[in-house]
Design a protein around this ligand. Structure first.
Ligand code: 5RP
Length: 236
């Protein structure tokens, strides 16, 4: 079974999970290829929900294409569940997110939700976070100072670019990747995140940081994880 099939399987399991919610509720929807499988699987049941709140422009576009109602988060008070993927998840449900660049809106929607349902294939499960470079969304003029602070934590910092630079194709270096919020992303490699709660709060305190892609406070409450033998549901 390939990774796309594993994503589709877990997307369908998440559809079954959220259809257990009473009808008419609002649903938080994440960003990325696994979240896309979830959206596509849920499309036939869109009328079960009073509406959705979306974590990115890309997700909004996909939801609208399927006919879901997409609400302004400012108009939503009760959000029973948020469904999203992760780049890494540890046994406690702490996650690294932001590989797709949507970390800030994802964290806002996650903070509104009663439960975070994380959906992924088993390749995302790790004993300790940090093998995946940690995304940090920043105010562009703070790139220098924030990079120096992140290096003090032991990381190797790279500015995320819009496209990878293919020297073999003689391409010139790309422009910075710009988030839905008009900001930039630093990717921090080489961190062994033994204490995600502490590191999340340390990085949040650096002036110029908008959001760190460590989801320790907004951790997963339920993990749906797929592998070749099926989907497991783990309450965290
Ligand atoms: O945090 C994210 C986007 O900002 C995604 O949830 C994360 O990158 C996982 O993506 P995928 O499901 O494509 O592997």
């Amino acid at each position: 079974m390939n990774q796309d099939q594993l994503k589709q399987m877990v997307g369908e399991a998440a559809r079954d999970e959220v259809l257990k919610l009473p009808a008419g509720q609002i649903l938080g929807v994440g960003t990325g290829s696994t979240a896309n499988c979830f959206i596509d699987a849920l499309a036939a049941h869109k009328d079960h929900f009073g509406g959705t709140v979306s974590s990115s422009n890309a997700t909004t576009e996909r939801l609208l294409k399927h006919g879901f109602k997409v609400l302004d988060p400012n108009d939503v008070v009760n959000l029973p569940a948020y469904v999203d993927g992760a780049d890494e998840i540890d046994p406690a449900g702490h996650m690294i997110k932001g590989g797709g660049g949507a970390l800030t809106r994802e964290k806002i929607i996650a903070s509104m939700a009663k439960q975070f349902i994380c959906i992924c294939d088993s390749s995302k499960q790790v004993p300790v976070l940090g093998n995946f470079a940690l995304p940090v969304e920043i105010i562009p003029l703070a790139k220098g100072v924030v990079s120096r602070e992140l290096e003090k934590l032991g990381g190797k910092v790279t500015l995320r670019l819009a496209k990878s630079t293919r020297t073999d194709l003689n391409q010139t270096p790309s422009e910075p990747f710009v988030t839905d919020n008009g900001a930039w992303i630093l990717d921090v490699a080489g961190l062994q995140i033994a204490n995600p709660v502490k590191m999340e709060s340390q990085i949040n305190q650096i002036a110029g940081v908008i959001t760190v892609g460590l989801f320790a406070k907004e951790k997963a409450n339920v993990l749906l994880v797929s592998n070749a033998s099926g989907v497991s549901r783990i309450a965290l």
